[in-house]
Design a protein around this ligand. Structure first.
Ligand code: NAD
Length: 389
């Protein structure tokens, strides 16, 4: 298949491109390198050094003998987007290319507006480009479990059958997201469902959980192929941050009671889910939704798993929760669709965490301690940008 990976320079986009190329697909990546610019803006960096795209592509060519084409541009530029898709003529477009940090979207008005413009307009341009160039292209779009929030009923895979006053219909599952970033994903989902229903496009919306891990079989082949590993309070995901705190001998910082429960997934499963969704496309006109998680844990449980796997003292510190979220709640997610396509999940194990301790230990001198403390508060999101001082 010809597969275009949008956001191919990111934490997940890069290893996904390698995984798909490794499996024999003809792959191209596209990126505007905004993620590297957020690092400069926030004064943070990936714990694991990452190479520029040209170095990454050349390393992959040397290691695998395969080439990956690269496009540089911004999806918000509709002309760029349509020309790129016309040029590469993919069978599948995997769309990772969005601003993906909830805290970043909650800094202030400018960051909220940027996030929604970047994500919603970029995604809309992708939909229009598919419709214009070839409506048969399958869109595999990264959504998030955060679109659902924490409802007091089971979370279905995207759709809900509702019986109301004796009549029954299948409706999009009601969403109650927790940040302007998560809201941008909800808006994307609605736009994609509309495009499937009205134009007959085919799309898979992957409501992904929090991803952990840093290596896939392909990125491990050469240090130049490494993907990013974020630990800061804006972009770091919780398990990755706890691993680094344990290695540094710092308390694991749990926000609030730690009863907040989230779906998680290993990065090796993320790349495999994308392959499975790509190779088993949705039908024309179908808006297919999968919940891309393999397990659920509360933040407190994640802290315990990290502490128990680490050889040495680990303490837990409860900080005031900067977010506005339910701290104790029901959480039961249906996630059978990808398993039915053949996913064999890697469940969170000591082995994986131990390998992450190794990564954190190797690069611990690069850690910026101040970057780990939460500074963005949900209730005062309209305050001036803290980095402008
Ligand atoms: P990332 O920020 O590392 O990667 C996103 C990439 O997209 C970056 O390289 C960025 O430069 C690029 N990009 C952003 N806006 C763009 C634009 N307008 N035009 C072109 N390129 C653009 O993020 P990630 O962690 O790899 O996440 C990828 C996707 O998966 C995101 O859509 C995110 O919402 C979703 N997701 C991630 C996680 C997670 O735990 N990392 C969890 C759930 C969902």
């Amino acid at each position: 298949m010809r597969i275009l990976v949008l956001g191919g320079d990111g934490y997940l986009g890069w290893p996904t491109a390698l995984h798909l190329s490794d499996r024999g697909h003809e792959v191209a990546v596209a990126d505007n390198y905004a993620r590297r610019a957020y690092d400069h803006e926030m004064g943070v960096q990936s714990l694991v050094p990452i190479e520029p795209m040209q170095v990454r592509l050349e390393a992959w060519r040397q290691v695998s003998g395969k080439t990956i084409k690269s496009y540089y541009g911004d999806l918000v530029d509709g002309d760029f987007t349509v020309e790129m898709i016309r040029d590469f003529r993919p069978d599948t477009i995997v769309h990772f290319a969005e601003q993906r940090a909830a805290p970043y979207s909650m800094i202030d008005r400018r960051h909220a507006v940027y996030t929604q413009q970047n994500n919603v307009v970029g995604n809309l341009n992708v939909l229009f480009a598919i419709q214009e160039v070839d409506p048969d292209i399958h869109l595999v779009k990264l959504g998030t479990m955060g679109e659902y929030g924490t409802p007091n009923i089971d979370i279905e895979e995207g759709w809900l059958e509702v019986t109301h006053k004796g009549r029954t219909d299948r409706v999009l599952y009601p969403k109650k997201p927790g940040s302007f970033y998560h809201l941008s994903k909800v808006h994307d989902s609605h736009n994609i469902e509309f495009a499937c229903r009205i134009w007959g496009l085919r799309a898979t919306d992957l409501n992904q959980g929090v991803v952990y891990g840093q290596e896939t079989p392909q990125t491990a082949l050469d240090t130049r192929l490494a993907t990013r590993f974020d630990y800061d309070a804006i972009f770091g995901t919780v398990l990755n941050r706890f691993v680094i705190q344990a290695v540094l001998g710092h308390p694991l910082t749990v926000y609030g009671t730690g009863g907040q429960t989230r779906g998680l997934i290993d990065i090796r499963d993320t790349v495999e889910c994308i392959r499975l969704a790509s190779e088993n496309p949705a039908e024309p006109g179908e808006f297919r939704v999968f919940n891309q998680i393999t397990e659920s844990f509360s933040v407190e449980e994640i802290a315990k798993v990290v502490a128990n796997s680490f050889e040495g003292e680990v303490s837990v510190e409860h900080l005031d929760n900067p977010r506005v979220e339910q701290q104790e709640h029901y959480y039961n997610v249906v996630h059978t669709g990808l398993v039915e396509l053949g996913l064999e999940p890697h469940l969170l194990s000591n082995t994986l965490i131990e390998s992450l301790f190794g990564v954190a230990d190797k690069y611990k001198d690069r850690v910026d301690l101040a970057a780990m403390l939460p500074t963005v508060k949900w209730r005062s999101a309209s305050s001036p940008m803290r980095t402008e001082a």
